[in-house]
Ligand binder design. Structure first.
Ligand code: MN
Length: 656
């Protein structure tokens, strides 16, 4: 039997609960996909169809609806074969086509950078997910199989993919309450992110398997004994903690694996909520509980819907075990989250309108941002776990994990943010760049005046805070520019008068002969201040303006003291004699900077020049802008242009 037939058998076995006509349609989709992928191989050397087949099987194990299984079988045909979306829609219906479209990668993008394509693919998929959760569940199954076969990819790719799984897909599964998927993805990623740690944990569990079995037997025996008379049904699942959560603990407490306290636990499943509490009480009457470790997620479910009782008890000396108690229904929901409804085949989709992260995601999709910004917001804000911070008055605020006092200050109020001077957490001074901890009482110390710092942009993790800081600086900048302009206008007449009186003998600047230089460099944009009109030989100083280059003033210009932040932005300049070098500027349109820059560089070199300015903007399909070249001697510009025009990526070039 070939590999694909083996997996097909597995899939068929999982389809036992599906209706006959559904199974027929699924198998028809399989035949179609198998034909389409004919001859294609995976990195492992196996036939490509094994991948969609596995993806479908993983989904069938979750008992999702049959259209998702069809979409899983077809999920790579549009990307990797000549089959079109229209064809899929005709053959398998709109629902299936929409699902496939949601998980199909973006293959080409204007800017062409790999990271941009990856992020745009994620963005497209999440947009589809907002309308239909099924898209992301198919993607999870796809991801799980890809992660299971990661060893066949080149090592440098493995880490990148594993990191993306940890950054985006695992947290997303967590937000959707799909614990089982989340754990799997995290463990699969850990194997490539921290191979040594992974091996250590793996061998530890190998070694201690018998011990775990004994623990389970012990608990089962004792509980059966105690509950015998009460008629409470229960079953016990032994449960090794998943590797990634152990790794996180080791990292957090900086400990070795055998120093970690509760590496495994048991899960007790019963029929009703009342019996959960009943069993809970019984357990505490048998073994000593650790008081701080009791959690009631039944009375207070987690945001993603998770419900369970948790307690940690001491079995014998130094041996603690975490016990989780829940009903069958909770168990389904805790493991499969929004997908558990298919598992049960009842009712409609869970109501997701209340999920805050989802509405945040919707908002983010309305905003324009670069792929890098989008990835960062997704990873550091939307998909992060939340922490709760209290104000001294007891008001509660929710922030993403990793948030700092700056984020908290801006969350309370924009003005509090702008005027933030420091913070106190649980009564102690807390650095503004240090992440806050869950449950802290945080007080923001404010000054009289708004004085945000640029450095805050690197402290803040919430987009809200970052946006407010940025817009503060943008408004300051505008104001300054206006003031600068006004100052120059106001002072102009007076200035000309005084300079006329004192410096009448000086010649006006011949800008073709004389220039100024900063540290030997003279390729920068500068203007002479109109107020003091420096002449060659006079003592001068530069001021770095916003947007107008460097303004050259006389050192004794009496305007200097009125210019805001002059000291901070002043720069030493000296007079220099301009060389005979010629600088020419060109307007240019190209299909790709990456392709054209090195080739233009070659031509420039041939003409004894160097590129002194390069400024192109992406403009949809093309990139447009200008560049400047400094030539040692007068070049034959028309020949130069002719050579540049021969470069394939150049659409247009002209001398300015
Ligand atoms: Mn795939």
């Amino acid at each position: 039997m070939t590999k694909k037939d083996e997996i097909l058998e597995l899939l068929k076995r999982e389809l036992i609960d599906y209706k006959n006509e559904e199974v027929t349609k699924i198998l028809k989709a399989y035949d179609f996909a198998d034909k389409a992928h004919q001859g294609q191989k995976r990195a492992s050397g196996e036939e490509f169809i094994t991948h969609p087949l596995w993806t479908a099987t993983i989904l069938a194990q979750m008992n999702v609806d049959y259209e998702m299984i069809i979409a899983a079988l077809l999920h790579d045909v549009v990307e990797d074969t000549p089959v079109t979306m229209e064809e899929l829609e005709k053959k398998f219906g709109k629902n299936v086509a929409n699902l496939v479209n949601g998980v199909t990668k973006i293959s080409k993008l204007k800017s062409g950078k790999k990271i941009a394509i990856k992020t745009e693919t994620i963005r497209k998929m999440l947009l589809a997910m907002i309308n239909d959760m099924k898209v992301i569940i198919i993607k999870f199954a796809d991801k799980i199989h890809n992660m299971r076969t990661l060893q066949f990819l080149p090592p440098e790719k493995r880490k990148l993919i594993a990191q993306e799984t940890l950054d985006i897909y695992a947290p997303l599964a967590g937000k959707m309450g799909m614990q089982q998927i989340k754990d799997q993805l995290e463990d699969l990623a850990l194997r490539w992110i921290q191979p040594e740690v992974y091996k250590t944990i793996h061998s530890y569990f190998d070694r201690t398997e018998k011990d775990r079995e004994r623990t389970k037997t012990l608990i089962t025996r004792e509980l059966t004994e105690r509950l015998k008379s009460s008629d409470i049904p229960f079953k016990i699942k032994s449960r090794a903690k998943h590797y990634y959560s152990i790794y996180k603990k080791m990292k957090k407490y900086n400990k070795n694996i055998d120093e970690i306290f509760d590496l495994y636990g048991v899960r007790i499943i019963t029929d009703t909520v009342e019996n959960c509490y009943q069993i809970f009480g019984t357990i505490h009457s048998i073994w000593q509980p650790i008081p701080s470790r009791f959690r009631d997620f039944i009375a207070h479910p987690k945001k993603n819907g998770y419900r369970s009782l948790h307690t940690t008890v001491v079995l014998e000396k130094r041996k603690a075990v975490e016990i989780q108690i829940r009903t069958e229904e909770m168990e389904e929901f805790n493991e499969y989250g929004v997908a558990s409804h298919w598992y049960y085949k009842k009712g409609e989709l869970p109501d997701t309108s209340q999920l805050e992260w989802l509405s945040k995601l919707k908002d983010v999709h309305k905003e324009e941002m670069t792929p890098e910004e989008y990835y960062k917001i997704l990873r550091d804000e939307i998909l992060r776990d939340d922490i709760f911070i209290f104000s001294p008055k007891g008001d509660i605020f929710e922030l993403p994990k990793g948030a700092t006092a700056i984020d908290f200050a801006y969350k309370i109020h924009t003005e509090i943010g702008h005027r933030c001077k420091g913070a106190r957490a649980n009564g102690l001074i807390w650095p503004l760049n240090k992440p806050l901890k869950n449950g802290m009482v945080v007080e923001i110390i404010t000054g009289k005046n708004p004085e945000p710092k640029q450095s805050w942009l690197s402290y803040a993790v919430t987009s809200q805070a970052r946006k407010k800081i940025k817009s503060y600086f943008a408004s300051i900048r505008k104001e300054e520019e206006k003031k600068e302009e006004e100052k120059i206008k106001v002072d102009q007449p007076k200035q000309i008068d005084s300079s006329l009186k004192i410096k009448t003998t000086e010649k006006p600047i011949n800008s073709t002969m004389i220039t100024v230089s900063i540290d030997g460099e003279n390729n920068f944009l500068f203007n002479f201040a109109k107020c003091c009109a420096p002449t060659p030989g006079s003592e001068i100083i530069g001021f770095i303006s916003r947007g107008r280059g460097i303004i050259i003033h006389r050192k004794d210009c009496h305007n200097l003291k009125y210019i805001k932040e002059f000291d901070k932005r002043a720069i030493e300049v000296i007079w220099a004699v301009k060389s005979n070098n010629k600088i020419y500027s060109f307007n240019i349109i190209t299909s790709s900077q990456e392709d054209s820059l090195p080739m233009i560089g070659n031509v420039v070199q041939k003409y004894n020049g160097k590129i002194v300015k390069w400024s192109l903007n992406n403009n949809g399909k093309t990139e447009e802008g200008s560049f400047a070249v400094e030539f040692v001697s007068e070049p034959n510009i028309s020949l130069f242009l002719k050579e540049i025009r021969k470069i394939p990526a150049i659409g247009h070039i002209e001398k300015i």
